[in-house]
Design a protein around this ligand. Sequence first.
Ligand code: MRU
Ligand code: ZN
Length: 257
Amino acid sequence: MCSPTTTPENNNDHLVQSSDPNHPANLIPALCAKFWTLGWVTGTGGGASIRSDDLVYLAPSGVQKELMKPDDIYVLSLAAQAQSLDKRQRVYLRSPANYKPSQCTPLFLAAFTKRNAGCCIHTHSHWAVLVTLILETQGAGKDKEFMINNIEQIKGFGKGFGKSGNLGYHDTLKIPVIENTAHEEDLTEFLEEAMDKYPDTYAVLVRRHGVYVWGENVHKAKTMCESLDYLFQLAVEMKKLGLPWVTDIEPTVPTRK
Ligand SMILES: CSC[C@@H](O)[C@@H](O)C(=O)COP(=O)(O)O
Ligand SMILES: [Zn+2]
């Protein structure tokens, strides 16, 4: 299951060799090194994947994500994957030696195929985990979504897949929460369910685990992941101060002279 299929003679190494710092094989290690400093990908957890047209660039499993090199990156073709008869069999154009592909692969692929995302980031941020723990204490029914409004940073989010523009200050940002599973890949069906139930969401929280965030491109995925982490941290601090995450502040219309 999920064993790599590659061309042994050349392993398509040219797919990960570029002097362009924005090439996905260079950018994934660079981004993960930055994310490690934020506590997002420590202890091999978390990661990031980038899609460029048909090609998906992925990290190996169980490696220190902040120390990865371009040569460590897997490359998969979405078209070849779609044609594969066994959908659980991954069709890699390039596989680095002595590694296994990230366990997050089917979750990243869900963001690329169901949302046409160009980048998906998975963090194990303390703030994301804490928000899911706080929600858990609120009991069944209230523990399945994180909601916050009337905070400026909400404007860092797009309105939704296929919609133009960003959320406004008074809009309520809703992020679904799914339960963790013993194996990362078993989260896939629940992540896809959450995407169907919340068609506008760009993120899904995983209880006691972290968060998946995607965007049309690297810039948008990174911006939303940073905005979300800011909001999760703020929400944890607000909870400690007894402040509500959702308020009914009415929009004010300034009078211009
Ligand atoms: C600290 S182990 C974390 C893993 O089980 C998983 O949750 C994860 O995010 C990373 O999986 P990986 O296969 O190393 O890319
Ligand atoms: Zn994880």
